[in-house]
Design a protein around this ligand. Structure first.
Ligand code: GLA
Length: 387
């Protein structure tokens, strides 16, 4: 693919003095919808992601072309006008990163040409947008010799989502990607941004990604609705207990005071956040003890909570997960990412993987009417230059 990209770059931009970069996507193993509740999350960067070929062009313009959206052709962004424009489509992610870097005082004073290709399924909850943001960030750091740490880059990407694109997402995706480490997942405390790595290069099991191929319609509005429900629950708890985030509570604490939350829906949302955070802690303990059976059960428990209490799954994700759990050699399964479509993951013993994909694929097709897609996740380092 890289060779094809280099050829295309040459054809479009008529220069061959280019550098190549790669930025991964991510799956979250456990700890869902709690990054914005001050919880613990446990994602890993994956080897599916976004490639970029780039070279200076001696102008004041960024010229960008995506092999995923060829119909859009070449999109030009003037460094003198870094405002959001709907018609600039995917390049708004690039623009947002450039804009916030410049605002932070980093000198980006020359235009460049950028060719992008991503092999992450679009809108499937594997963070194709954070992948593109972190690709852009890594590229700019290299081109302009900028002094920006991986954590700073993740925070900048989150600002692009929140302030430039208007998506109220948390820090998990950008952090998981920017600080990705091959063979490891990142245990991130979203309250403090303390993190540590834990090996997930399982000997006998694979993480199978199952894509519903359902468009994530309404995902952003429902996402913001869940955030608002959690904030409302927190406000009511704060009237009787001094906390800053829902995930500071244990399930026991929560059960003692949850009656202060008037609205039963908000109470359920908060219950998910509190119990999910405890599941992450138990999952890490299980992993430390090489107890993948318990780890898998906690994954499945996470899905149940996201289905029943947080209500972000839907028939497609539930079908994949319930079908997965019926197959031999499956230790656990759950949706991953924001939900409302997108992807689920299953932890499957290696000898059963092939049969698993066949059986779950057939059951899904019969129940939903169209195909699911499957990928075996392999972990990856964060964004990097490829020589
Ligand atoms: C999306 C957001 C993340 C996180 C997940 C749910 O991926 O971008 O910040 O909230 O949903 O865990």
């Amino acid at each position: 693919m890289i060779n094809e990209m280099l050829l295309k770059f040459q054809e479009i931009f008529e220069t061959n003095n280019a550098k190549v970069f790669f930025s991964p996507g991510r799956v979250n193993l456990i700890g869902e919808h709690i990054d914005y509740n001050g919880g613990l999350v446990f994602p890993c960067a994956i080897s599916l992601g976004t490639y970029g070929v780039v070279a200076f062009n001696d102008t004041n313009t960024i010229r960008a072309y995506s092999l995923n959206f060829e119909a859009l052709g070449l999109i030009k962004i003037s460094l003198a006008d870094l405002t959001y424009k709907k018609e600039d489509n995917w390049t708004n992610y690039v623009k947002g990163v450039v804009k916030f870097m410049k605002e932070a005082g980093h000198e980006i004073n020359s235009g460049f040409d950028l060719l992008v290709y991503g092999n992450l399924p679009n809108g499937a909850g594997l963070s194709s947008s954070a992948s593109l943001e972190m690709l852009t960030g890594k590229t700019l750091i290299d081109l302009f010799n900028l002094n920006i740490s991986k954590v700073e880059l993740a925070l900048l990407g989150k600002r692009v989502e929140n302030e430039f694109l208007g998506v109220n997402s948390g820090i998990m995706d950008q952090f998981a990607i920017s600080l990705g480490k091959k063979d490891n997942a990142t245990l991130l405390d979203c309250n403090t941004l303390d993190y540590k790595y834990a090996p997930v290069n399982f000997k006998n099991e694979s993480i199978v990604i199952m894509n519903t191929n359902k468009r994530r319609e309404l995902a952003d509005s429902k996402y913001n609705e869940r955030r608002a429900e959690c904030e409302a629950a927190l406000e009511q708890i704060k009237t009787i207990k001094n906390i800053n985030a829902l995930c500071e509570l244990s399930t026991k604490d929560f059960n003692e005071i949850s009656s202060v939350i008037n609205n039963p829906i908000e109470r359920k949302r908060a219950y998910h956040a509190v119990t999910e955070n405890e599941r992450v802690k138990s999952a890490i303990e299980a992993l430390n003890n090489d107890d993948l059976i318990t780890f898998g059960q906690l994954m499945t428990g996470s899905h149940t909570s996201l289905r029943d209490d947080y209500e972000v799954t839907g028939i497609e994700l539930d079908t994949l997960v319930s079908s997965a759990l019926k197959q031999p050699g499956v230790l656990g399964a759950r949706m991953t990412g924001a939900g409302f479509g997108g992807c689920a993951i299953a932890l499957v013993e290696n000898p059963h993987v092939e049969e698993f994909i066949q059986k779950v694929g057939a059951e899904y097709k019969a129940a939903i009417g169209y195909e699911a897609s499957f990928y075996i996740a392999s972990t990856s380092d964060g964004p990097k230059k490829i020589n």
